[in-house]
Ligand binder design. Structure first.
Ligand code: HEM
Length: 457
């Protein structure tokens, strides 16, 4: 019997989910957690038969199913080596170019068009493709993704994979990601803020425990999964992936934070928290004007019901824009059910690139979803770039907002929690898109079956 995709917090030990988890690529419903990653962006040059055989071989050797990922994580928790982890993703052009079967089309005009499409660029406020890094300007067909805690082993695997691509595909560009950690060994992004704190939770017993009071992070499988159209009726699912290389201007961010702090007569810590919505240690600014003052559980379990005027967490703060936690029904469009707003959520799986000690750095932003238009694109275009969301003249998302800012910049409170005195300040333009694309993560059965006669299709 097919799995009910409306199920939340599924138990991976429940045999009902075994076929699904055996055939679903890893990293979709749970992060792989490896220290180092390598992303090889490919353009196929071989005949369809050659390409299919190569994909099947790569899938058998490297692509990690969710079941295997869960087993590796158990080993890792017992102090053992989790081993290498792999994914394989296809663009719409990749499906077409090598006749790789039916494309996952349902509600997926965005996937079919790709991130370079002018209408999509316009919707997202992206810079023209000519300004992207040259590798990303070309037609991308696939992304081979590898991750490992052991950097030398990852490099060796990358070299082997690259050599095997002779006559099959060209590597257009190669991106290296690495986890950045703070002094408590928690993940941070290049501006120095804790990242990966708030995520939709799909599995029972995940470390991020579901909220009991204000915010429930649990999510149903349908938020990220769609049936793999090439293996129908066999509990074989896939997911849509958005990849964006976002360069972060760390110096400009810090300068703007200092200027904002000066203008407000407050600390850089609090000014930065107003921009992101959290202090560097993850403390939500809507709950406290100081870091380190609340229980870790509250880093996830909160909403903005006690902050409806944006006097503690500004409406334009990054985390309030990208997950308004009920602001839509409360303030923007009264009557919109919370569940409708929650349908826009994404599973973020990005990783920083660059070096914490200097040089170009940013985020290799990755997110999974079942509908790119309704999820990633909606968050970026309607919320982050929407200067009137959640409120008229609320302004651009200070971290990722693109487009025209409100005149004189959005408003910021001089005193935490009080609207008595506010100033306008345009905090924007701290990240730049260097390239990216839309992908589908097909089922493991489909990928492995590509090389055989009477394949999975
Ligand atoms: C370089 C670019 C970006 C930086 C530096 C950044 C930074 C952050 C930080 C520090 C957090 C707080 C940690 C957490 O709650 O997990 C966060 C949360 C989040 N970000 Fe971003 N982000 C970036 C790009 C994006 C993009 C492109 C999107 C989607 C369009 C996005 C969507 C989200 C969402 C949905 C959350 C969780 C909010 C919540 O549930 O409260 N971010 N980001």
């Amino acid at each position: 019997m097919p799995v009910d995709l409306k199920a939340t917090l599924i138990d991976p030990a429940d045999p009902t989910y075994k076929p699904l988890l055996d055939n679903l690529q890893g990293n979709i419903i749970k992060a792989h957690g490896r220290m180092h990653t390598a992303s090889l962006f490919l353009r196929f040059t071989g005949t369809p038969a050659v390409v299919k055989k190569w994909i099947s071989d790569f899938a058998r050797q490297y692509v990690t199913s969710t079941s295997a990922q869960i087993e590796q994580a158990k080993k890792y928790r017992n102090g053992k080596d989790g081993g290498i982890f792999g994914n394989f993703f296809l663009t719409a052009l990749g499906y077409q170019n090598s006749q790789l079967g039916i494309m996952p089309r349902d509600r997926q005009a965005s996937f079919n068009a790709g991130m370079k499409n002018v209408r999509i660029q316009d919707r997202l406020g992206d810079p023209p493709v000519e300004q992207w890094e040259s590798g990303f300007q070309q037609d991308i067909h696939a992304l081979a993704f590898l991750a490992d805690d052991n950097e030398a082993r990852l490099k060796a695997a990358c070299d082997t994979v690259t050599a095997s691509l002779n006559g099959v595909a060209t590597v257009l560009t190669k991106e290296h990601g690495v986890r950045w950690l703070n002094d408590k060994e928690e993940d941070i992004e290049p501006f120095g803020y804790r990242d990966g704190v708030s995520q939709p939770v799909f599995l029972k017993g995940s470390t991020e425990s579901p909220g009991e009071t204000r915010w429930d992070p649990s999510a149903s499988l349908e938020l990220v999964l769609v049936e793999d159209p090439n293996v129908p009726g066999r509990d074989c699912y896939g997911s849509f992936l958005v990849f964006r290389k976002l360069e972060q201007d760390v110096r400009k961010f810090n300068e703007q934070v200092s200027r904002l702090a000066q203008a407000l007569g407050t600390t850089a810590d609090l000014a930065g928290a107003y921009v992101v919505g959290r202090f560097k240690d993850g403390t939500p600014v809507t709950l406290s004007d100081k870091p380190g003052t609340i229980e870790p559980r509250q880093h996830i379990d909160f909403d903005y019901e006690q902050d409806t005027e944006g006097a503690r967490c500004p409406f334009h703060a990054h985390i309030r824009k990208t997950n308004p936690r009920g602001d839509t029904g409360r303030l923007a469009q009264p009557g919109i059910p919370l569940e409708q707003e929650r349908r826009h959520r994404i599973a973020r799986r990005g990783q920083p690139y660059g070096n914490p000690n200097g040089g170009a750095a940013g985020l290799l932003f990755l997110c999974f979803q079942s509908d790119i238009s309704l999820q990633f694109e909606f968050i970026q275009s309607s919320w982050a770039n929407g200067i009137h969301f959640v409120k008229m003249n609320g302004g651009l998302d200070g971290v990722i907002g693109q487009g025209t800012q409100v005149p004189d910049g959005p408003l910021w409170c001089k005193t935490y929690g009080s609207l008595d005195e506010t100033i306008g300040f345009d905090f924007s333009d701290v990240i730049k898109l260097k390239g990216g694309d839309y992908f589908f993560a097909p089922s493991v059965a489909f990928l492995q079956g590509l090389g055989t006669t009477g394949s999975a299709r």
